[in-house]
Design a protein around this ligand. Structure first.
Ligand code: ZN
Ligand code: ZN
Length: 168
């Protein structure tokens, strides 16, 4: 379970703090339309991907499986129950996108956040680096078909082109 929210919004130009409850797409003080935002993600719950749990245990015990497995395997083998907050500062986010974030439900927020982070990563890539269209791995591009199409591997390339063919 993840909750994602804008912890603070400040005008990129004059630095004035913006009230999320009455956000306008431009700064009321200076009229600038881009903002510095701090995105907070609160995550809480059970994350099976955080450890390797024996599948049969998961089937039998559900969310209790990690606890039981830890009791058997000893401490230090797991942190599947988690609760943490991570914060990211993003610059030059348009007023349009901030407004969209503030008024849209959780799933849309997550997609927006993903896109913002992706743009940020892309801006920092070296010329020969690309992000895989399918799995989002960052890779160094060589002269082959799948790298040219921005897939990290032949497998990702084929999986995507196959699913597109099925979708047609
Ligand atoms: Zn301003
Ligand atoms: Zn890939």
């Amino acid at each position: 379970m993840t909750r994602i929210e804008l912890e603070s919004i400040a005008c990129q130009s004059c630095g004035a703090a913006q009230d999320p409850g009455r956000f306008r797409k431009a700064c009321p003080d200076c009229g600038f339309g881009r903002f510095r935002v701090r995105v907070a993600r609160h995550t809480r719950g059970f994350d099976p991907s955080a450890m390797e749990i024996r599948l049969e245990w998961l089937l039998w015990f559900g969310e209790l499986a990690p606890l039981i497995q830890a009791a058997v395997d000893g401490p230090g083998t797991m942190v599947p129950f988690h609760s943490w907050t991570s914060k990211d500062d993003l610059e030059h986010v348009s007023g349009e996108e901030v407004a969209r974030f503030l008024t849209h439900p959780e799933t849309d927020r997550r997609n927006l956040y993903r896109r913002w982070m992706r743009e940020r990563v892309e801006a920092g890539l070296r010329d020969n680096q690309k992000i895989c269209n399918r799995c989002e791995l960052i890779f160094v591009a060589h002269a082959n078909t799948w790298h040219r199409e921005a897939y990290c591997s032949r497998k990702c390339f084929e999986l995507d082109t196959q699913s597109q063919r099925v979708g047609r």
